[in-house]
Design a protein around this ligand. Structure first.
Ligand code: ZN
Length: 502
C-alpha cells in the first residue's frame, strides 16, 4: 500500500507595523489553488510545494494535494483567509479519509488579525485533525519566528539555508524527505536552541561573513553525515509579538548529536550578533553625498524601512520631503504607493499640473504627505516585468500608475506595490535610474545585484517605516524582555538545546 501524504501550503510574510490587512485578493493574484490544480501549478515552479511532491513520490508515496495559498509580504493576514486555509485542509481530509503524514509549506513569520502565531495555530489545527501518531513536516522561510507551539505540533521543521533565498524547492524537499524517513521508522530527533536576538535583514546575507560561515558549518555537518538537517532561523524583526526570537534547529539520528550541533551552530550565530547590525547613514548625509560633484552617480539610497518586499507599505516620501525642504536641485527618482494621488493624476491628464498630496498616508508615524505642485509626465496601467536577476520575467501589477514630477524629483506613483528592488519598477515607467543623481530603492538586499552594475555608491539609510532597520525607532508594544539588541545582558549564555517529539 502506498503511503498517502497530504501536502498543503499557506505562505505569507507579515509585518505587524504595516496596518493594511492582507486580504483574499492579494493571495488570489499570486496563488490560491486547491487539489489537483495546486499540484499542477506547483509542479511547474521551483517552490517548496514542488519539492515536497518530488520527495514524497521519489519515496514511493502518493501526494494528496490540498489547498495552496501563497501570498507575498504585507500586513497581517485577514481572519477569513485563516478560515479558508483551515477549511481547505479539513475538506481534503474529509474527502480522502486517513492520511499517513502531512507536509505543510509555510512562511513562519505570518500573523493574522486574531493570531500573533498564525503558523503555530495552523499546525496545531492540523495536528488536532490528524492525531498524534501522524508525522508532520513543515518548511519555512529563513526569517520565520519559530515558536514552541510550532515545535510542539510538527515533527520536522526546515527553513531556507540561503539569504537572499534561492532554495525554495530544496527546502520543501528536505522537509518531506525527513517526513518519509519518520514513516520508515528510522530514528529522527529534532533539537532547538532559542536565540534571543533580532537582526535587520539589511545587515547580513549568507553570501557574506560572518553569517556565511554559520551556514557553511551546518552544511558541512550534513555533508559528512553528522546531521540530517539544520536551519538557522534569523527571525524577521518586524513582528510586534510576545514570542519573538531567532532559533537554530538541528535534526540527527540521535538526541545527543542533534543537541550538540544545534548548540554549536547557535553559538556561532549568536556570537556574531554585533556584526548583523547594518551601518546606516542619515537621509541628509546621503543627499549631501549625491549633491557632491566628486561622487560617482547615481547614488542609491536604500530605504529598506519602506520595502514592500519586506512587508512595509511602500508609501514613504521621507527622502523626497527632505529634498524639498533643503531646496535640493539634484535629480532624484523613486516610487511610492498612493492610490489617491495616482487617481488624481489620471483626472489631471498627461502634461497637467496641480496641487498634489502624495505619500505618507498609511504607515503610522512616518512624515508626509508631500503637498506640492506636480506635473503629470505619463500614465500607465502599472504592468511591468522584472529584469532580475532575482525574479527575472515575473509579472507585476501596480494598478493605476502615474509619473509625477515635483521639481527635479520624478516620482512613480501607483495604487499597489510591485517588486520594489527591481530597476524595472522605475525604468519601465520612463525613470531610467542611470540618469539620476539620486535613486531611492525600497528594498533590503534583493536590489544589490541589479543596481551594483551601474550604481555610483549604495548607501543604507536610517529611514522611518514599518520595516525600519533601526529597530529602536519602531513603536513596540509586545516586545519580550531580554532580546538583543535591546536589553540582553552582554554576558548572556544561550539556554541548552531542547528535544521535541521523541
Ligand atoms: Zn525571508
Amino acid at each position: 500500500m502506498k503511503k498517502r501524504i497530504l501536502v498543503c501550503e499557506f505562505h505569507q510574510e507579515s509585518d505587524t507595523f504595516n496596518p493594511i490587512i492582507y486580504g483574499v485578493d492579494s493571495f488570489a493574484s499570486r496563488r490560491y489553488a486547491k487539489g489537483s490544480e495546486a499540484y499542477d501549478i506547483c509542479k511547474k515552479l521551483p517552490c517548496a510545494f514542488h519539492g515536497m511532491i518530488d520527495a514524497v513520490e521519489k519515496d514511493g508515496g502518493e501526494v494528496i494535494p490540498s489547498i495552496s495559498l501563497y501570498g507575498g509580504s504585507g500586513g497581517r493576514v485577514a481572519d477569513e483567509i485563516m478560515d479558508l486555509f483551515k477549511k481547505g485542509v479539513k475538506e481534503t481530509l474529509d474527502a480522502c479519509g486517513k492520511v499517513d503524514a502531512v507536509c505543510a509549506s509555510l512562511h513562519g513569520a505570518m500573523c493574522s488579525e486574531s493570531f500573533d502565531d498564525a503558523c503555530g495555530e495552523v499546525l496545531t489545527f492540523i495536528r488536532e485533525l490528524v492525531g498524534e501518531g501522524v508525522p508532520m513536516a513543515a518548511s519555512f522561510d529563513l526569517h520565520a519566528n519559530i515558536t514552541d507551539k510550532m515545535l510542539g505540533a510538527a515533527n520536522i521543521l526546515c527553513g531556507y539555508q540561503s539569504y537572499p533565498h534561492v532554495d525554495f524547492y530544496e527546502t520543501g524537499y528536505r522537509a518531506a524527505s525527513l517526513c518519509m524517513r519518520i514513516l520508515r521508522g528510522e530514528p529522527t530527533y529534532l533539537a532547538s536552541v532559542d536565540v534571543p536576538m533580532l537582526a535587520p535583514p539589511a545587515g547580513y546575507t549568507s553570501l557574506e561573513e560572518p553569517f556565511k560561515s554559520v551556514i557553511e558549518r551546518g552544511k558541512k555537518l550534513i555533508a559528512d553525515g553528522t546531521l540530517l538537517d539544520f536551519t538557522v532561523f534569523n527571525v524577521q524583526p518586524w513582528l510586534d509579538v510576545e514570542n519573538l526570537r531567532s532559533n537554530v534547529l538541528a535534526i540527527a539520528d540521535t538526541e545527543e548529536t542533534a543537541k550538540k550541533y544545534s548548540e554549536e551552530i547557535a553559538k556561532m550565530f549568536f556570537d556574531a550578533r554585533d556584526s548583523y547590525m547594518p551601518d546606516l547613514m542619515s537621509i541628509d548625509e546621503i543627499i549631501d553625498l549625491a549633491e557632491s560633484e566628486s561622487t560617482k552617480k547615481p547614488v542609491i539610497l536604500a530605504d529598506a524601512a519602506d520595502s514592500p518586499n519586506g512587508g512595509a507599505v511602500g508609501d514613504s516620501v521621507s527622502v523626497a520631503l527632505r529634498m524639498l525642504e533643503r531646496g535640493s536641485k539634484i535629480t532624484m527618482g523613486m516610487f511610492v504607493v498612493d492610490p489617491e494621488a495616482a487617481a488624481k493624476a489620471f483626472e489631471v491628464g498627461v502634461g497637467g499640473e496641480t496641487m498634489f498630496e502624495v505619500g505618507g498616508k498609511f504607515t503610522p508615524g512616518i512624515p508626509g504627505p508631500i503637498k506640492a505642485m506636480g506635473r503629470v509626465r505619463s500614465l500607465h496601467d502599472g504592468f511591468f516585468r522584472q529584469e532580475g536577476p532575482a525574479g527575472k520575467g515575473f509579472a507585476n501589477d501596480c494598478g493605476k500608475t502615474a509619473v509625477i514630477s515635483f521639481g527635479s524629483i520624478d516620482m512613480m506613483v501607483c495604487e499597489k506595490p510591485g517588486a520594489s528592488g527591481d530597476p524595472q519598477i522605475l525604468r519601465h515607467f520612463g525613470i531610467e535610474p542611470k540618469l539620476y543623481d539620486l535613486i531611492v530603492v525600497k528594498a533590503n538586499t534583493s536590489f544589490k545585484v541589479a543596481y551594483a552594475t551601474f550604481a555610483g555608491v549604495i548607501c543604507a539609510a536610517d529611514t522611518p517605516g514599518a520595516g525600519a532597520s533601526n529597530l529602536g525607532s519602531l513603536k513596540w508594544t509586545k516586545l519580550p524582555r531580554g532580546l538583543y539588541p535591546f536589553d540582553l545582558p552582554d554576558d548572556h549564555m544561550l539556554a541548552p538545546a531542547r528535544i521535541w517529539k521523541k
